[in-house]
Design a protein around this ligand. Structure first.
Ligand code: TRP
Length: 344
């Protein structure tokens, strides 16, 4: 069967904040492209979202929203498994086992931990924020994923995942596939519209930072027309930090049109930044309108989405539980038996 020979891919997004065009161009678009090359597993990592405080009703709604956005962006549930992380308890179980193999030093070194912890009061930093990368390693290793399509900011998490896999394999024998990060080319790194020197983030408070996938057209227009540029006039791709704003708009335009840099620079030769912005608004709206229509239909008839998630979790559990059974056996946990008779 083709299923067994195809290498596996696993990736996920947290159901917090609002998915942005940065998530679309840096992650979702790439996932869609990998669907036929790999046996893909895409999860909504709700347990990771719990590492910072969440409102229960919002978390539940966001979890379905993100899953629906995966499908609306073109993930085909007949080819890829789409599921919610917490629906497959093997993730938390393997995370605990790996936690016991993880030196604290590895976790304190993580830049994401340092950044997120710095934003909170020292004594209120949750232990989950520190062990976050171990849960992520469990997500990946359970599926024996060979490739993990993620943004550049996740590189360090992939390294710790490989380190943990290697440590386990060394101690208990070959068990886990060592995953590679599949990082999109430089072009797909989308920066903040209000500050083109930082990566576009889905949990930034500022209203003009990011275009969200569910923004209506007039909002999209406002945000892009306000994007930070510079006092120059030339519309060229550039690595000069002074010109990062224009470069970012060009990058978005290129990623959405698929045109070459040369063709785009020729197209805007002699034009102004206003023209570039208008053109970017147009391609973004043209891309997001059909995506939003598919999203609305999925949320309206929620039963279909829930069935996809149930099927995804069933398929994911099969794979994850098989890996976990091997792990349990290798580390010496006593097998749990089903009682032959019941006392009551
Ligand atoms: N840490 C990832 C992020 O913030 C989310 C994530 C959790 C993930 N588990 C994963 C990504 C497994 C890829 C694979 O973007």
């Amino acid at each position: 069967m083709a299923e067994q020979t195809r290498k596996r891919v696993l990736s996920g997004v947290q159901p917090s904040g609002n998915l942005t065009i940065g998530n679309y161009l840096g992650a979702l678009q790439q996932w869609v492209a990998e669907q036929d090359n790999y046996d893909c597993f895409f999860c909504v990592v709700d347990l990771h979202a719990l590492t910072v405080p969440q409102d229960p009703a919002t978390l539940r709604a966001k979890t379905r929203e993100v899953a629906a956005l995966y499908l609306a962006a073109g993930i085909d549930p007949s080819r890829a498994s789409v599921f919610v992380q917490s629906h497959v308890p093997a993730h938390t179980e393997l995370a605990w086992i790996l936690t016991c193999l993880t030196p604290l030093g590895w976790l304190y070194r993580m830049t994401q931990f340092k950044d997120k912890a710095a934003k909170q009061k020292q004594e209120s930093v949750g232990a989950g924020l520190l062990s976050y990368p171990v849960l992520m390693a469990a997500d990946i290793l359970l599926y024996q994923a060979a490739a993990v399509p993620v943004g550049d900011d996740q590189r360090q998490h992939l390294e710790i995942t490989r380190d943990l896999a290697q440590r386990f394999n060394h101690l208990y024998g070959e068990t886990f596939v060592l995953p590679e990060a599949l990082i999109p080319k430089e072009g797909a790194r989308i920066m903040g519209l209000d500050n083109p020197l930082v990566k576009m983030s889905k949990s930034e408070a500022s209203e003009y930072h990011a275009v969200y996938l569910l923004d209506p057209p007039d909002k999209i227009r406002k945000k892009i027309m306000r994007a930070q540029t510079d006092s120059g006039r030339e519309i060229r791709f550039s690595t000069d930090p002074q010109r990062a704003g224009v470069n970012n708009l060009l990058t978005i335009y290129q990623a959405l049109t698929g045109a070459s840099r040369e063709a785009i620079e020729a197209q805007f030769d002699g034009k102004g930044y206003g023209d570039l912005k208008k053109a970017v608004v147009e391609v973004v709206v043209d891309t997001l309108t059909p995506l939003q229509e598919r999203y609305q239909a999925l949320i309206r008839e929620g039963g279909y989405l829930d069935e996809i998630l149930a099927q995804g979790a069933a398929r994911a559990s099969e794979v994850a539980n098989a890996t976990l059974a091997t792990v349990r056996e290798r580390i010496g946990l006593l097998p749990a038996l089903t009682p032959v008779s019941s006392k009551s």
